[in-house]
Ligand binder design. Structure first.
Ligand code: PHE
Length: 297
């Protein structure tokens, strides 16, 4: 009971002190230049948050995947550190093929029959898919990072991104391959795009071809991007060699298929006329910011 009075008085002092402070602060508000007034402009916006953007390689990677998803392809992925079998052997590379040389491939381990290495193409994922699925139809698109032992320059890099496709079923023909690539090229580069195929060679496809699209910058007239030819090379492709089907346990008398592979940086270079591969890996903000508006949210 005695403490009650004491407590009340203290509480009252506190209340008065608080009130005094509030009054003093309130008086200062609006008093321009008041010595105790707030020094900051409280109506100013906070620290601006920078909006990030997707990397051009990610944008194009996704665009390619989306196009093939529409055609019914599934995405398949596999390890970046692979073995010789999945990168070369199962794909019909002869034992002395130059790609199996230290000059072209980064080896992680050597000295035994199936050395570990960094994959040089995502065709290894196609091998793993065939091994896993065995029963066609198989329709996959394999995006991923690949590694090549190249000196870095404007036109070559030791890290690249690829997307490779594989389609296996009964009665798949070269005409199906050509149609699939034409549809892809038109989705990617516009409805007027033309394609042409030039004979080529890959150990894992027969026949093989190199695909060019009509230059979308000069519309085929010839400019410095297409070096005056009117055509731009975009990918390699071909009918899967029967040896490759058999190596993964698929009966080549019943099934046939096609495969194709392209470099994502290359497609992005053509899309945005980037003239130096190194830009993709240097994280220069001035370069990356240019793609902020190309990012779909
Ligand atoms: N794997 C080949 C490369 O890396 C591309 C390719 C894929 C060619 C499929 C033909 C068929 O260059």
């Amino acid at each position: 009971k005695e403490m009650k009075r004491e407590f009340g008085r203290t509480l009252n002092e506190l209340k008065n002190a608080a009130q005094e402070t509030i009054d003093r602060l309130r008086d200062n508000i609006g008093e321009e230049g008041g010595s105790e007034g707030p020094k900051q402009d409280l109506s100013m916006r906070g620290d601006p948050l920078e909006l990030g953007s997707r990397h051009p390689v990610s944008i194009v990677r996704q665009e390619i995947v989306d196009i093939f998803r529409k055609f019914g392809y599934d995405v398949a992925e596999g390890p970046e550190v692979e073995d010789d079998y999945h990168v070369f052997e199962a794909l019909n590379f002869p034992p002395n093929h130059p790609a199996r040389d230290m000059q072209d491939t980064f080896f992680v381990s050597t000295g035994h029959p199936n050395p570990l290495l960094l994959r040089t193409h995502t065709s290894s994922v196609q091998v793993r898919t065939m091994e896993r699925m065995k029963n066609p139809p198989i329709r996959v698109i394999c995006p991923g990072r690949v590694f090549r032992n190249e000196a870095i320059s404007a036109r070559a890099h030791c890290i690249l991104h690829q997307e490779e496709g594989l389609y296996i079923d009964k009665n798949v023909t070269f005409a199906d391959l050509k149609q699939a690539i034409l549809l892809f090229a038109r989705e990617m580069f516009g409805p007027d795009t033309q394609i042409r195929m030039r004979p080529s060679y890959f150990p894992f496809t027969e026949p093989s071809a190199e695909v060019d699209v009509s230059c979308n910058i000069c519309k085929g007239k010839g400019c410095n991007i297409c070096k005056g030819t009117g055509w731009l090379e975009i990918m390699g492709c071909g009918m899967v060699d029967p040896n490759v089907l058999e190596a993964s346990g698929i009966d080549s008398k019943v099934y046939s298929g096609f495969a194709f592979g392209m470099g994502v940086e290359r497609i992005a270079m053509l899309k945005w006329q980037v003239n130096d591969l190194r830009h993709y890996f240097e994280n220069d903000m001035r370069f990356l910011r240019e793609f902020a508006t190309a990012t779909e949210v």
